[in-house]
Design a protein around this ligand. Sequence first.
Ligand code: ADP
Ligand code: MG
Length: 372
Amino acid sequence: MNESALRNAETIASGIVDRFALPAPAGSIEPYGGGLINATFLVTAGDARYILQRVNDSVFPEPERILSNLSVLAGHAATHAESKLRIPALIGARDGLSFVRDGQGGFWHLMAFIPNALGLARIEDLEQAREIGRILGRFHVLVSDLPVERLAVTLPRFHVTPGYLERFKQVLATHATAHPEALSQAIACVTARQAGVGVLEAARRDGRLPVRVVHGDPKLDNILFDRVTGRAISLIDLDTVQAGLVHYDIGDCLRSCCNRRDGPAGAGFDLDLCRAILVAYAEETDGLLDATEIELLFDAIRLIPFELALRFLTDHLEGNRCFRVTERGQNLHKARVQLALVADIETKERAIRGIVAACFKGGETGPRDRRF
Ligand code: ADP
Ligand code: MG
């Protein structure tokens, strides 16, 4: 979502919120949080607070599906009260629907605000890393008996890396061939690694990997911690909960949490954080993953930041339609950071495979030649 779309959403938010079934009239409505995809507002009504969001419909083709999935998930979570995972309650519209459409076709929903919680800008210690592993594991355990067919596909081909590569190539082909230095370098990095981007999808297609319900976007920003206890209490941003591979989630979580941003190109994969997250995840999920899932974890850890680099780079070339930027060239810069992270992960392959093997007692330890 770009700045003008965000300002536009801000102008109409107050007219929208009154159409939800709030117990008290809405008071203040303020832009909230650092999300890049949707327009998010904090609403105060009486003593209560809510999160109002306008779904980015250039990202999600059928936003109704998000609401359908949220209610399936909430219903499922209600049958697993033991899960200790907070799923924000949805507030319906006065007309009985679970969302409100604005005059421009925009799609809005409202949910309860999770109080006394905060997101972390970066991980400060290993206990926080363990909390992250635990909450992701808790989420996967929670949805492990939710049949994938009950969830609609909100974002078709999300995390299907070969699709992002294809799209990147198409967009690149429409651009001039002479590029600024930084862009040329990024393109060269992508080109050097393109073979093998289908490693997870091939395994999914062949039935070697089970399709499970996944979060889709469990990066650090989407984990809320209790202000007092420091425990991870909620995985938010549930727009992309749908059928997928656990690899998408583990890869996305690790690339976001373990990037110390202190390498020469603003990236460095922290092995201690990786170990802490995976140890806690493996304990929490206790045998949920099968041997092939474990075997392909390293590939996921390398592939998902590569995929994100492709997405940032494509968006940069397309004029930042998907990821909001606050300065010129920001998506290119983010792509370069992810590519540097991929390069660092590759140098640490043996160590990462060792960590996976130790955590799950079944992964492989030896590095392989294959590069994607
Ligand atoms: P985006 O898809 O744009 O990333 P998110 O759903 O992650 O949007 O929401 C943006 C931010 O709003 C989050 O990073 C978080 O700070 C805050 N937020 C979202 N939902 C809630 C909630 N239910 N309770 C408290 N804060 C929330
Ligand atoms: Mg978010």
